[in-house]
Write a protein that binds this ligand. Structure first.
Ligand code: DC
Length: 246
């Protein structure tokens, strides 16, 4: 990963927020590759916290107990050993949680854990520390509003419910019907947007990019353009080129 000071860029960080299946992670990953940066998908932290609570047999509705468990657990973000990956793996108390993060129990439990204000406060602290480590694309729901309110680039990805449900269904190779994915997407949207702690909302200084009518390639290209407009001294490889002297 490029180091911010070594690249001459003080704040090489891009915040990408948006609802479920808006393309945040795939666009973020493509940008990270283009720039030679890391992708920090903060959703993995809430998933890891959920996994930790479930494996310790803590009931997710017991918010105080969940928060206490998370406060006493250690979360480490480690570059994925796969050379082709820009992602960070997450270790909880020294155990790699990454293989468990998409399990159905985690999938269904994570909105409950992500809505616990105290858990969010602990996660945000870790995320802020991590984002200061180097050049990074940080993806989530509250990055531009809460985690990195001073990020030089904030992108809020949007797409219609129908388009997002269609994408989700396609990802599952037709194994699910689009109508039920649409219902699930609406439910998850409502939980993300209406929760009391850090609801999903675009930061006032974010650029909203609606990808409903865009191909993935077009979305990536436009996102790259947005980054380059806001960090104008970024070279083709993602290094910030120091301004010419004299
Ligand atoms: O993006 P994802 O599906 O991996 O996110 C998992 C859950 O965590 C989802 O309920 C939204 C929540 N989340 C959040 O509240 N804040 C973030 N910064 C990232 C994810």
């Amino acid at each position: 990963m490029k180091d911010a000071s070594e690249s001459g860029c003080e704040r090489c960080v891009v915040a990408i927020d948006g609802p479920v299946a808006s393309g945040k992670t795939v666009v973020g990953e493509a940008l990270a590759r283009r720039f030679g940066w890391r992708l920090f998908d903060t959703g993995v932290m809430y998933r890891a916290a959920t996994w930790q609570a479930q494996r310790q047999a803590v009931h997710l509705d017991e918010h105080e107990t969940v928060a206490e468990l998370i406060r006493g657990s250690t979360f480490q973000l480690v570059p994925c050993p796969d050379q082709d990956s820009t992602r960070l793996d997450v270790y909880v108390d020294g155990v790699d949680a990454t293989p468990h993060l998409r399990e159905s129990a985690v999938e269904s439990g994570v909105p409950t854990v992500a809505a616990i204000a105290e858990v969010r406060a602990l996660m945000v602290e870790i995320q802020q520390r991590e984002a200061a480590q180097g050049c990074m694309i940080v993806v989530g729901r509250d990055i531009g509003t809460v985690v990195l309110p001073d990020a030089p680039v904030k992108i809020f990805l949007e797409a219609s419910e129908e388009v997002r449900a269609r994408r989700r269904a396609a990802e599952q190779n037709g194994g699910v019907d689009e109508e039920s994915v649409l219902v699930a997407t609406r439910r998850r949207d409502a939980r993300d947007r209406n929760r009391h702690a850090s609801p999903l909302v675009a930061a006032s200084d974010a650029v909203t990019l609606d990808t409903s009518d865009l191909t993935l390639q077009e979305s990536i290209d436009i996102a790259e353009q947005i980054v380059r407009e806001r960090i104008p001294n970024l070279s083709a490889s993602g290094d910030a080129v120091p301004p010419a002297r004299g």
